[in-house]
Ligand binder design. Structure first.
Ligand SMILES: [Zn+2]
Ligand SMILES: [Zn+2]
Length: 140
């Protein structure tokens, strides 16, 4: 059962940045690309998404780094928690410019964001071993 009136919140480790959105995430997936590994300092990153128009920063300010042209990765300037990914341009034919991505573990309740697959497994580290049975995609 989904309820579009449900409201979810999340934020950074120190609590300076808080965000909220309505409804369930549009999707969630594990990304193994090198950029996400670097940006999050983790073996892979678990993202979920909602419409940009449905994503609201309710406390503090997300600091943004343009890690590649048109790609803005957001984080807390106080504690450094990686938070968001926003595309300002169409990438390799894929238009995510109307989506706000946020890292599932930054949700107050990350269990609502069960991933549906793995993307960019062409970059997956050989020491990441997964047998969750989810679909795997070489790229996105
Ligand atoms: Zn913080
Ligand atoms: Zn990635």
């Amino acid at each position: 059962m989904t309820n579009d009136d449900e409201r979810h919140e999340g934020g950074c480790f120190c609590g300076a940045v808080r965000y909220a959105f309505r409804g369930p995430p549009e999707w969630s997936a594990h990304c193994h690309c090198r950029s996400c590994q670097w940006a999050t300092g983790a073996g892979f990153a678990t993202w979920c998404a909602t419409a940009k128009s449905n994503f609201e920063v309710t406390a503090g300010r997300i600091k943004v780094a343009e890690t590649s042209p048109g790609i803005e990765r957001g984080f807390c300037g106080d504690c450094g928690t990686s938070l968001t990914y926003m595309a300002r341009r169409v990438l390799e034919g894929q238009d995510w410019t109307d989506q706000a991505w946020f890292l599932a573990p930054t949700l107050d309740d990350p269990s609502i964001a069960a991933p549906s697959g793995h993307v960019y497994v062409s970059h997956q580290q050989p020491w990441v071993k997964l047998d969750d049975g989810l679909p795997r995609f070489e790229e996105f």
